[in-house]
Design a protein around this ligand. Structure first.
Ligand SMILES: Cc1ncc(COP(=O)(O)O)c(C=O)c1O
Length: 370
């Protein structure tokens, strides 16, 4: 069977290998069987290790998209009567604030520019000002723009003030090398379908076991999305509390194997090369990139709409989509932008093919960039 290969330049779900796709085709199995429990355990052990965690860390799996684990962590790790501080420099930082608000958890929001790194002085001043802040949350790779926040420096600051550090690594995990210990992260969230190059449907939290055990006594603000209950149930039974996405789990096993085979540094190098070719190619076609290269993740770029008369993102999207390339709209308030992500099972030649196809499409649409 041949499967049409599409090049997804949206920031996940990403392009997958055929071997990952085919890994989903397995004999039916009840997920409460030992065999399936062993499969999930092998995955959690590997995910903890990929994050640089040792015996003092553990991974808790959930069925659901990345936002399910953002929700889980925020509702589970904030102690009663205490506050969470969120550093917001993009739509996903903003989503963290909305989740805290939905649970009526008191939230101190550090509102930053969405086009640059947060100001560490501002973060420190807020920590000094308010002793009721117990948890600090932020995003590692802000997929809104492609900014890769300086998590290690912020982690050091958070720990200087002895706060719990929560980081959304949903669009960077397995794409950018990151060590949970050196960055002093207590809880980090990610998913199966971005830089891990698996299928959508599984998300997970890699946790400091010591901090995780502390949350046992906190209020259960959600029945389904309870981090401690999910952990405790899996520890005792090697099962998820509720039905997991069974076939997606087999694909994740395969995706993790392929990650381990490629190696973290090699995956990062491949992404970096693809990003470099994409960035230079887009600039060569006359597009302007929103952020500075030294602050970018090497996984995504945000492109400003050109002022050229006749430029129409939707038409460009549709023409590219017909030819097997998916591009993605922007997410920044008033500024008109679009995004290109280079995560996934894609090679430099795919990026070069995309650039050539885009050039053809621009000619076809009679769009002349400066
Ligand atoms: C940084 C970040 N956080 C959270 C999410 C939300 O993930 P999901 O759409 O899987 O719920 C995304 C999705 O793109 C993301 O990039």
């Amino acid at each position: 069977m041949t499967i049409t290969r599409n090049i997804l330049l949206n920031p996940g779900p990403a392009t997958t290998t055929d071997t990952v796709k085919m890994a989903q085709v397995v004999p039916d199995i009840c997920p409460r069987e030992h065999e399936f429990g062993a499969l999930m355990r092998s995955i959690t052990d590997d995910l903890t290790a990929i994050a640089g965690g040792d015996g003092e860390y553990t991974t808790v799996l959930f069925g659901g998209s990345g936002t399910a684990t953002m929700d889980t962590v925020i509702n589970s790790v904030t102690p009663p009567e205490k506050k969470i501080m969120i550093v917001n420099n993009g739509a996903y930082g903003e989503r963290m604030v909305k989740i805290a608000n939905a649970y009526q958890i008191e939230c101190v929001e550090i509102q930053c520019s969405w086009e640059a790194f947060p100001d560490l002085g501002e973060i420190e001043a807020a920590l000094q000002r308010d002793p009721d802040i117990a948890v600090v949350g932020m995003v590692h790779h802000e997929t809104t723009t492609g900014l890769l926040n300086p998590i290690q420096e912020i982690g050091a600051l958070v720990k200087q003030y002895r706060k719990v550090f929560v980081v959304d690594t949903i669009s960077s995990f397995a794409g950018v090398p990151l060590n949970i210990k050196t960055c002093q992260i207590d809880f980090m969230m990610s998913t199966s379908n971005k830089c891990l190059q698996g299928m959508a449907g599984i998300s997970f939290v890699i946790c400091s076991t010591q901090e995780l055990k502390r949350v046992q006594s906190y209020p259960r603000r959600s029945y389904y999305l309870s981090l401690y209950d999910q952990y405790a149930y899996f520890e005792k039974s090697s099962q998820m509390r509720f039905t997991p996405p069974v076939q997606t789990m087999y694909a994740l096993r395969q995706a993790v194997d392929e990650f381990l085979e490629e190696g973290q540094q090699q995956r990062y190098d491949r992404y970096t090369q693809n990003w470099r070719v994409l960035r230079e190619g887009m600039q060569g076609l006359g597009f302007k990139i929103l952020t500075q290269p030294e602050q970018e993740s090497h996984i995504l770029i945000t492109i400003e709409y050109p002022k050229t008369p006749g430029f129409d993102f939707d038409m460009m999207h549709d023409k590219l989509y017909e030819r097997g390339f998916t591009i993605y709209p922007g997410k920044i308030g008033k500024k008109r932008t679009f995004r290109l992500a280079n995560m996934g099972a894609i090679a430099e030649d795919d990026i070069r093919d995309f650039l050539q196809t885009l050039q053809d499409v621009l000619i076809e649409l009679n769009i002349q960039l400066p």
